[in-house]
Design a protein around this ligand. Structure first.
Ligand SMILES: [Ca+2]
Length: 264
C-alpha cells in the first residue's frame, strides 16, 4: 500500500475507533464528545463543590462559600463524609490537588494555599500567591492552577512559586473562565465556569484538544433547589474512570471513557 493510502486508512480507522459523536460546529479538528453516563453515586447537595479528586475509595473534595468551606474526605460508594476540616469563615475554599502525600487547597480571593498532610488531614503549611485561586491539579511533579481567566500557572509544589504560565487557546481564541481542573492521561480537563462544557487541553502548550459537552446530563432526576453549575472532575487512575459533578448536585456521574464506537 502506498503511503498516502496507508495514512488515509489509518485516519479512517482512528475515526471509526473513536466513535464519539462529533459536532458539525466547531470544526472537526477540535472534536466535541458527548460520552454516555455509565453510573451515578450520591453527592452531598450541601457541598458547594470547588475542588474534587479521587484517592482510592475516597473522594477528596474542597467546598466553597464563606462560613461553609471545608476540606472533606468522603466515602465514594455511600457519599458519607468520613472526615472534614472547616476553613476559617473568612476563607472561601477552591481547587484541590494531591501530590506526594500532601493536599493543596486554594482559596478564592484570599490568596492563600493551605497544605495538609493527606494521612492526618492536618494543616502543615500555607503559601501565598497573587490573584484569584480557582482550580488545581498536578502531573505528579508540579501543580497546575487556574484563576478564572484563560491562563494556567505551573506551580512549584515546594514553595508555590510560579514556574511558567500559558494561555488555553481554542479555534476561536483564548478559553476564559477555566475552573475546576483534572489531569487525565497526559491532558488537562477544565470546567468552563457557567457552562456545561469541559475543555481538554495540552499541558505544555495550552492548545485545545477538544471539548466534552455534558449539557444532556439527567439533572431533573437529581435536582436540588440550590443546584448550581457543573464543577468537579475526578479521574480514577486505577480503573480509568472519569467522574463529574456540580455545585450542590445530588449525584456524581461516571462518564464513558474511553468513548466507545457508537452503533452504525
Ligand atoms: Ca479535579
Amino acid at each position: 500500500m502506498k503511503k498516502p493510502l496507508l495514512l488515509a486508512a489509518l485516519a479512517a480507522a482512528l475515526l471509526s475507533a473513536c466513535g464519539c459523536q462529533q459536532s458539525a460546529n466547531p470544526p472537526a479538528a477540535v472534536p466535541v464528545i458527548r460520552p454516555r453516563i455509565i453510573e451515578s453515586l450520591p453527592h452531598d447537595p450541601a457541598a458547594f463543590t470547588q475542588g474534587l479528586l479521587i484517592d482510592g475509595d475516597y473522594w477528596l473534595e474542597s467546598t466553597g462559600r464563606y462560613g461553609h468551606s471545608e476540606l472533606r474526605e468522603v466515602e465514594r460508594q455511600t457519599g458519607r463524609v468520613v472526615r472534614s476540616v472547616p476553613l476559617a469563615p473568612a476563607l472561601f475554599g477552591e481547587g484541590l490537588a494531591l501530590l506526594d502525600g500532601r493536599l493543596y487547597q486554594l482559596t478564592w480571593r484570599e490568596r492563600v494555599c493551605i497544605v495538609y498532610d493527606r494521612a492526618t488531614m492536618r494543616e502543615t503549611a500555607r503559601f501565598a500567591y497573587h490573584g484569584e485561586g480557582w482550580g488545581l491539579t498536578n502531573d505528579d511533579r508540579q501543580l497546575y492552577m487556574s484563576d478564572g481567566s484563560a491562563a494556567i500557572r505551573v506551580i512549584n509544589p515546594a514553595d508555590f512559586s510560579e514556574i511558567r504560565r500559558f494561555t488555553v487557546t481554542g479555534p476561536d481564541g483564548p478559553e476564559h473562565s477555566l475552573n475546576e481542573l483534572e489531569w487525565i492521561e497526559g491532558e488537562i480537563w477544565a470546567n468552563i465556569f457557567n457552562s456545561s462544557r469541559i475543555v481538554r487541553f495540552d499541558p505544555d502548550t495550552g492548545k485545545v484538544l477538544g471539548y466534552v459537552d455534558l449539557g444532556y446530563l439527567p439533572l431533573d432526576e437529581h435536582a436540588h433547589p440550590q443546584q448550581d453549575v457543573l464543577n468537579g472532575i475526578a479521574y480514577d487512575h486505577n480503573n480509568r474512570e472519569i467522574w463529574v459533578t456540580g455545585k450542590n448536585w445530588k449525584a456524581l456521574y461516571r462518564i464513558e471513557w474511553p468513548p466507545k464506537p457508537t452503533a452504525p
